[in-house]
Design a protein around this ligand. Structure first.
Ligand code: FES
Length: 363
């Protein structure tokens, strides 16, 4: 007989924090071809605190060295006892393919996070436009679920692009929400219809005319976009050409964009072009002191010293390498993977922090 877990109220449990968490897979749901949703609960009695649109980094045992992969949460924090990621394998993917083929209910994974600033919570507005393609729909789904559960008055126009109707992830659930909430309006754009199926919606690639027809007031909305980089570039250029206020346009990417590389967010002082000088990193827990230069990152020096700092993107987005700095100064050029409050509390991202003189880190 299956034992039911004893029920606890949220205030009897600790919220999820940014320490390593072990997650247990509690459900695997097929969505479309090569796309599944994996739901997880914590192995500790805890609930999940995050903002819709954030992501987690999972440690996947794909080979002798585990792979760290970052996935946006598709679940909503309005249902806080579990989290879900919805993953779609791309042609050459190894880690995501491993998940789709091997991960099953009862399996346990390490997770890091949550992280990320791609959320309407950071851009309050009365009207939103979500534009997504492929698995880029996941942060939009998290935000739509949250708004549906918690803020019904919010006006959402949601455009999703897919190759075929059968590849639209979450189509049934979104249509069910839209039939119950008149503030949610949907538009699907597909490149081609499914064989032997009639498709009455838009067909082709998203363009200005489709946008005008689907969401006539798009210029007055806060816009969130997620999908492959060429897709987001097209959307960005289309909106800019249409005269949108691009300060109200936000996009999510797990790849370093040209703009991000050209203009990283520099915090914790000192110009990016400061001359290279001698530096020293003290890893306090390990009792190791390493000499280096101000051009080296904390992550590089930790690896050279044989220390393991978990890392994912390695360009300051995912937050996996977040580490506490105990003393000294660093030059940190990140791309949104750490919050201002965390910097104030003494955290740095090891992958994009360079020591200025002597620093101590809690590794
Ligand atoms: S590894 Fe992703 S922020 Fe450092």
């Amino acid at each position: 007989m299956t034992m039911m877990p004893s029920y606890k109220h949220l205030d009897q449990m600790l919220p999820w924090n940014d320490k390593v968490q072990v997650l247990e897979c509690v459900a695997v749901l097929p969505e479309t071809q090569d796309c599944k949703t994996f739901s997880f609960q914590s192995t500790e009695p805890s609930w999940f605190r995050y903002t819709p649109g954030q992501f987690v980094t999972l440690e996947l045992p794909v080979g002798p060295v585990p792979a760290l992969r970052t996935y946006t949460l598709s679940s909503s924090p309005s249902r806080p006892l579990s989290i879900a990621v919805t993953v779609k394998a791309q042609r050459d993917s190894v880690a995501t393919r491993w998940m789709l083929d091997n991960l099953k209910v009862g399996d346990r994974l390490k997770a890091f996070g949550p992280s990320g600033t791609f959320s309407f919570h950071n851009h309050p507005a009365e009207k939103y436009l979500f534009i997504s393609a492929g698995s880029g729909i996941t942060p939009m789904m998290s935000m739509t679920r949250w708004l549906y559960d918690y803020a019904r008055h919010t006006d959402i126009s949601f455009i999703n692009c897919a190759r075929r109707p059968s590849e639209i992830i979450f189509r049934a659930e979104l249509e069910r929400m839209a039939t119950r909430d008149p503030n949610i309006k949907l538009a699907w754009i597909v490149e081609e219809s499914d064989p032997y199926e009639v498709w009455p919606g838009f067909r082709g690639r998203i363009n200005a005319l489709m946008l005008e027809l689907a969401v006539p007031d798009y210029r007055s909305r806060e816009i969130f976009c997620c999908g492959p980089e060429p897709f987001m570039r097209n959307v960005r250029e289309m909106l800019a050409a249409a005269g949108c206020d691009m300060a109200r346009y936000h996009e999510e990417s797990f790849h370093p964009s040209t703009e991000a590389e050209a203009a990283p967010i520099i915090v914790d002082g000192f110009g990016a072009d400061a001359a290279e000088t001698a530096a020293e990193i003290v890893f306090t827990r390990s009792g190791i002191t390493a000499e280096c230069t101000s051009a080296d990152t904390v992550l590089q020096i930790a690896r050279t010293a044989g220390l393991n700092i978990p890392s994912g993107c390695q360009f300051g987005v995912c937050g996996t390498c977040k580490t506490r700095k105990l003393s000294g100064e660093v030059q940190m050029s990140h791309n949104g993977g750490i919050l201002d409050e965390e910097v104030e509390e003494g955290f740095i991202l090891a992958c994009c922090s360079r020591p200025v003189g002597r620093i101590e880190v809690e590794i």
